[in-house]
Ligand binder design. Structure first.
Ligand code: ADP
Ligand code: MG
Length: 366
């Protein structure tokens, strides 16, 4: 199932296979996923898939994953390129662990904290020539509604149950967050909090606050975080302080060759990809499942349209408008922006069917 894959393709796909976890071992699960040594290839049953990168459970996969998949995107920010990192997979497959969305996971450092460290390292090196401004937003999309995870009023007003087991913010008259598209194609979120930060510590505090808000928004009945997309966005603005230093043939030596640049990096912990099961008699769960599928389905269609070079050259329609998720990411998927999808999978035989679904979805993205 190997496909030719152009170097200029703006979408890269990696697979992260986590080890069997305690629960699975207790249940006597067997490992049914094989990583082909030295190749970015995974096998499950009679199926074999090749991706840009495959990370197994040996070595230090998260450091290698960051260096190979995400560091180039952080570098791109400094040249003004938007970027998106997406963690896809069924609930329990390791999306949050991989992204580091929940902050603390033992000694493991996820992608978001690593991206922050890389970003501040670069800023430190460039700050004599360039002035930087950083803004953070952290939202989640649940049932096609955008919720602000950094809402400063949320902590004091608390949450109320809205009767069907879902926590709703009880902010009187607070309008929902709206996705807006400016005439130049730039997507903004109207009504969501943007926090200006100047240190890694402040940025980490945003991640922690939002993660907490996401967690406390869930109820004991349902695990909300498995059904919502969480999007942590870093916006980097750069203003040149000095004239660029040129080489003899008139090329700027520094990376920044404009006076002003603005770019954003979206770090996305997607909703669980498992098939929706009709559990409630009122069909409420089912409706949520349909909505989640809308985001993931639209994302699959968008990424597959972007990856299809032939279609791209013909200027084919990319269905960004089919979901809130793809609308929000519209200016950071395709075009000049760089995208990495990390498909997270469990190696356990009981998850084989969902694992195969995940690999097929990821394969379509290539
Ligand atoms: P998801 O966000 O996809 O629902 P989690 O990231 O919460 O999944 O992971 C589920 C469980 O598996 C957690 O207990 C997490 O600590 C563990 N886990 C996930 N990935 C790994 C990994 N690569 N190595 C060790 N444990 C992992
Ligand atoms: Mg999670």
């Amino acid at each position: 199932m190997t496909m030719e894959h152009g170097e200029d393709c703006s979408v890269k796909v990696a697979v992260h296979v986590r080890p069997l976890i305690g629960d699975e071992k207790l249940q006597g699960c067997k490992d049914c996923v094989a990583v082909v040594p030295g190749k970015p290839q995974v096998q499950i049953g009679s199926h074999s898939f090749t991706f840009d990168h495959v990370y197994g459970s040996t070595g230090t996969p998260s450091a290698a994953m960051f260096d190979e998949c995400v560091a180039p995107l952080v570098d791109g920010l400094f040249q003004g390129y938007n970027a998106t990192v997406l963690a896809y997979g069924q609930t329990g497959s390791g999306k949050t662990y991989t992204m580091g969305t929940a902050c603390k996971e033992g000694s493991h450092i996820g992608i978001i904290p690593r991206a922050m460290a890389a970003l501040f390292d670069k800023i430190e090196n460039l700050k004599s020539q360039v002035e930087f401004q950083l803004r953070i937003s952290f939202i989640e999309i649940l049932k096609e509604e955008v919720r602000d995870l950094l809402d400063p009023t949320a902590a004091t007003v608390g949450k109320v149950e809205n009767g069907n087991g879902h926590a709703k913010l009880s902010v009187p008259g607070k309008p929902p967050v709206q996705i807006r598209e400016a005439s130049n194609g730039v997507i903004t979120l109207a009504g969501s909090t943007e926090v200006h930060v100047s240190t890694q510590k402040e940025m980490t505090a945003c991640l922690e606050q939002g993660s907490l808000s996401r967690a406390t928004g869930s109820t004991n009945m349902n695990n909300q975080s498995s059904r919502s997309h969480a999007i942590f966005t870093i916006t980097l603005e750069q203003m040149r302080k000095t004239d660029p230093i040129m080489t003899a043939d008139g090329m700027p030596i520094e990376e920044m060759n404009e006076d002003y640049l603005c770019a954003k990096l979206h770090l996305v912990d997607l909703a669980g990809s498992e098939r929706a099961k009709r559990t409630g008699s009122d069909g409420l769960r089912f409706k949520e499942g349909v909505h989640i599928n809308r985001g993931l389905l639209a994302l699959g269609n968008v990424i597959s349209a972007l990856g299809d070079e032939k279609k791209r050259k013909e200027g084919a329609h990319v269905p960004y408008r089919d979901s809130k998720l793809t609308r929000l990411l519209q200016d950071s998927l395709g075009g000049n922006s760089k995208t990495v999808m990390i498909a997270c999978i469990s190696p356990a035989d009981i998850n084989a069917e969902e694992t195969l679904n995940t690999l097929k979805y990821a394969n379509r993205a290539r």
